[in-house]
Write a protein that binds this ligand. Structure first.
Ligand SMILES: Nc1ncnc2c1ncn2[C@@H]1O[C@H](COP(=O)(O)OP(=O)(O)OP(=O)(O)O)[C@@H](O)[C@H]1O
Length: 254
């Protein structure tokens, strides 16, 4: 039975025109231009359906603005669908927005405890896991510093270490991995493989086709909010590469 089932998913945003933007207000005032801006509907996802089988990994690809992050926010419950249904079976853990789960004024230590407890771990369980989380993030020297002083890479390290330590059934990860340096990216990939070995299902958004091919069994390709293709990683990535004019593996420059 799939751990995630998505049927006919649609997400509408309202795009607000000419509001609270000091530059356009100034422009309108200077040139006595009336504010003709009207709120506009924008469909970020249109009738998207796919599923994540138990223990499988699904990648989500597509150009900027195609709806990938919106889809992940719907899968984690941060956003609600406008239409359609999402069924999730199992405990989710996610790392979708850098620093999203962290309180900037609290130390790394306090945030690890807070985050773990929000994700359903007991204080004692977080305590048991604490050393491992900090060691994985390689932040021993900075663990008592407020998170607002962390670099984006440091936040990604702590976020990934914390999100993967809670022993989820489903791990949902956005492009944030790209923020880490190459040695940390390798460490993340090997932890993802370890989790796959334990039967954890993964949903991964990435612009890096190498990461997608290394991690995912199946891929969903989004474009302007629509599912262009969903299927076997090799097939979808090949089509995407051709569509984007990217070199195919085995060809010069790939
Ligand atoms: N809260 C919001 N209000 C209005 N529009 C939004 C909102 N969130 C996202 N959008 C719009 O939805 C579209 C999809 O955005 P999304 O962030 O999901 O794209 P993406 O595929 O993750 O892009 P990227 O590769 O650049 O991260 C974009 O056009 C974006 O402007």
């Amino acid at each position: 039975m799939p751990v995630i089932e998505v049927n006919g998913l649609c997400k509408k945003f309202m795009l607000r025109a000419d509001r609270a933007d000091s530059f356009s207000k100034m422009f309108n005032t200077l040139f006595r231009r009336a504010n003709h801006g009207e709120d506009r509907e924008f469909w970020a996802l249109k009738d998207v359906s796919f599923s994540v089988p138990e223990g499988k990994s699904v990648g989500v690809i597509g150009v900027n603005g195609s709806g990938k992050s919106t889809l992940l926010k719907l899968l984690t419950g941060t956003l609600r669908p406008t239409k359609g249904h999402i069924t999730v079976r199992g405990k989710r853990s996610s790392l979708i927005e850098l620093g999203a789960g962290f309180h900037p004024d609290f130390s790394g230590r306090d945030n690890v405890y807070l985050n773990g407890m929000i994700l359903g771990m007991s204080r004692a369980r977080v305590k048991e896991k604490f050393e491992e989380i900090v060691a994985f993030a390689e932040l021993e020297q900075f663990i008592d510093v407020p998170v607002k002083y962390y670099s984006s890479g440091m936040q990604a390290r702590l976020g990934f270490a914390a999100a993967t330590a809670v022993e989820p059934d489903i791990l949902i990860v956005d492009e944030v991995l790209a923020v880490g340096d190459s040695s940390f990216q390798l460490k993340c990939l090997s932890r993802i493989r370890e989790m796959q070995g334990r039967g954890v299902s993964i949903v991964l958004v990435s612009h890096g086709m190498g990461d997608i091919e290394a991690v995912c069994d199946e891929v969903l390709w989004l474009h302007k909010g629509e599912a262009v293709m969903f299927g076997n990683t090799g097939d979808v990535v090949r089509e995407y590469r051709v569509n984007q004019g990217l070199p195919l593996p085995g060809h010069a420059g790939a």
